[in-house]
Ligand binder design. Sequence first.
Ligand SMILES: C[S@@+](CC[C@H](N)C(=O)[O-])C[C@H]1O[C@@H](n2cnc3c(N)ncnc32)[C@H](O)[C@@H]1O
Length: 395
Amino acid sequence: MMNVMRHLRVPNKSVQDVIVLLKDNDLLNNGMRICPDSDGKHRLIPLSESAPHNLPEHFSEFEEVIHEGKIDERSNDSWWKHLSEIIGEDTITEYGESWPSNHEFIGDIMIVRINEEISSYREQIAISKMASHPKVRMVMEDRGVQGELRIRDLSPIALRQDSEIITGDISEEMCDTRVLVRESGKSILCDPRRAYFSTKLQTERLETLSLAKELRSMLDRPLRVCDPFCGVGPALATLLGETDLVGRILASDLNPDAIELLLDNLRRWDRRDYPTGAKKISRLYEDRIVGVADATKLHEDPSITGAWDLLLVNLPHRTVELLPTLVPLLDRTGTSMIRGRVIVAESEIEDVNDAIRKALPPRLQGTPEPTLKIKRDYSSTLRLCAFEAWIGPAS
Ligand SMILES: C[S@@+](CC[C@H](N)C(=O)[O-])C[C@H]1O[C@@H](n2cnc3c(N)ncnc32)[C@H](O)[C@@H]1O
């Protein structure tokens, strides 16, 4: 699986100094490898997922590049060592590729997918992973995203309490899944058992940031951003990190728990007061419309419709079907943009490209047709894709 991520391109002679500096600033991605650049004169140093998009001044002389990340097998090695001590080399060999070499961190929670055939070893897997990652508080099994609210079915396998690792009966009260995640210099409060959140979308969010900057320079004013499937608000966190990029925001979601967490996030990002509980969508400030709402109904409100420059559509299994109800939200008196994610069978990408083009108003002259780009595998046949559409003013 491709895992593109941010790297700092540093001349070979400065690599050691820069590593020390990055470590001091908590900006180094420890689980990934430092790779040689194709010119042989530079190395690509992987940046931590929480690194702010404007790096501190002392790194400004180095170019930042998006490049495929390579897992540092040395740090990965240690969990295999622990596993082999518990279950033996023969069992590891017997199940070959089935063992989970990947995992995701959400704060101090490690999330692991476990194949059916090795599910009886889930506790040994969790204990080994925890032994090689001493900062992990809890390992949870990811049984996939479910239902319309796209919440992950997560079940705790092991929990660290003081210096002990507990497995087996882990009660609800013991496993607090509310965590603060650092990304692009902002803290994002999330709770993966109550609302959708994925750290794997960070590159996606940075791409949206760079498109938003292009749109901002075209319109020559801060953007009005509409995020009607906002979850806990990670896309907005990245955009709000850029000075004068964002003016008005509409942030809504069908999931009240996501809105409750979003309000907490907005309170910190905006440094203003926000209500504590989730409420139906309403204008909380002149430039902030926030709350629980069905995105497909937003266009029925005349105070919301026709008012946005940048529309984020992040409900990938329904994006194409929902586009007709979302397009009216755009302000068609000027240039606007839709940025969307779509899950599609690889064999159907061309048909879906056609469907997207048919569902959207004419594109801005001189910009490319909206086209799905594959981001990663979703299953053996399905791909997770993204597109951007530059929309021209209505004539
Ligand atoms: C894939 S998640 C994306 C969340 C967020 N944008 C992010 O990047 O983390 C999709 C979100 O859409 C919300 N959702 C699903 N159907 C919806 C609808 N009809 N109207 C508004 N939100 C909806 C879910 O609750 C979920 O939070």
